[in-house]
Design a protein around this ligand. Structure first.
Ligand code: HEC
Ligand code: HEC
Length: 284
């Protein structure tokens, strides 16, 4: 019964797009940003359900793709600028800025974010860039942790990830207990939930390449986050995107940085192994 409902549900959603082709190949195009070639297609690592990994960029319309390729036009670059200002601004009771300890982010943060999430031995759980920022603010600056999705959190995260532009995503699952979080994330990815009874895999694996409403379904990769979304005219964090996708299945969505979403971040990031960090990517 539940399964039949799921098939009807997805069929109905996909049928809304009858005016469009049911499925379309991702474009065959190359993404070059500021003279640097991005890896938008790559062979999948061992044990991956796909043979080839594809950036979400390949599934977007030409105008959207062009916006990302041109740093002067990419609206997400305003967040990078804002992040640079925050990096250099003193905050908290210890009179320090990020730059006080980490100097020039172009040197000290280069390539770093491509290896996140990492294992946090103190917290005994995975840590992402947002949580690492909070850790440094609290422990090293005497400042408060950011509230989820505040503009400053998104800007600083975007700024740090942007220092890895072009670097291939590579999560080291041998750190601490990261492998067990990967296992848990994988379980969540394939578990059907909500009134529509969809799993992440229902859309991003089984129906990747199909149209849902006017959206060309990608592999649901995390390599462009935080991402500038034209629909929202704003930067969207990864956990916000996760929550939006879960909400679309009419399920209860977990809190940002909860164990569920951290496990998903570990697993979904791994699914993009070898793709370039594209932050700030532009999506519809
Ligand atoms: C008082 C010094 C100090 C300040 C100020 C500070 N940090 Fe840190 N930060 C550290 C130390 C120490 C580490 C852990 C050792 C390391 O990885 O460099 C660290 C680690 C990091 C890492 C992880 C690096 C990696 O290799 O994985 C990031 C990212 C980071 N800090 C960002 C920031 C940001 C953003 C700010 C400002 C909001 C900030 N830090 C402020 C001392 C500081
Ligand atoms: C009902 C279908 C559906 C389900 C189920 C779904 N998504 Fe999505 N997701 C979308 C659509 C539509 C988009 C926007 C177009 C695209 O990139 O596929 C999207 C985009 C994304 C993106 C951004 C891709 C990019 O390149 O910017 C990520 C990451 C993502 N989803 C992860 C997930 C995860 C994790 C789950 C499970 C918790 C999930 N999605 C469940 C429909 C779905």
């Amino acid at each position: 019964m539940r399964n039949r409902y799921a098939i009807v549900g997805l069929g109905a959603l996909l049928a809304v797009a009858t005016a469009l082709p049911a499925a379309a190949e991702p474009v065959d195009d190359e993404l070059v940003i500021d003279g640097q070639a991005m890896t938008v297609r790559t062979a999948a690592p061992e044990g991956h359900p796909f043979d080839e990994l594809l950036s979400g960029w390949l599934f977007r319309e030409a105008e959207t793709r062009e916006l990302e390729a041109d740093s002067f036009q990419n609206p997400g670059m305003l967040y990078v600028d804002r992040g640079a200002d925050i990096w250099n601004a003193v905050d908290g009771t210890m009179g320090k800025s990020c730059a006080s300890c980490h100097d020039d982010a172009a040197d000290t943060m280069k390539g770093i974010a491509a290896n996140y999430p990492k294992w946090d031995a103190d917290a005994k759980r995975p840590i992402n860039i947002e949580l690492q920022i909070d850790k440094c603010r609290v422990e090293n600056m005497g400042a408060e942790a950011y509230k989820f999705d505040t503009p400053d959190q998104k800007a600083l995260t975007t700024y740090i990830k942007h220092q890895s532009l072009g670097t291939p995503v590579a999560v080291d699952l041998s750190q601490g207990d990261l492998q067990s979080w990967w296992d848990r994330g994988k379980d969540i990815y394939y578990t059907r939930t909500g009134q529509l009874n969809f799993a992440c895999a229902s859309c991003h694996e089984a129906n990747s390449g199909q149209y849902i409403r006017a959206d060309h379904l990608s592999q649901g990769q995390a390599n462009g986050f935080p991402t500038y979304r034209l629909k929202q005219a704003d930067m969207v964090s990864l956990h916000n995107r996760f929550r939006g996708c879960i909400r679309d299945t009419r399920a209860e969505f977990p809190k940002a940085f909860s164990d569920e979403l951290m496990a998903l971040e570990v697993y979904v990031t791994w699914r993009g192994t070898g793709l370039s960090v594209e932050t700030p990517a532009v999506r519809q």
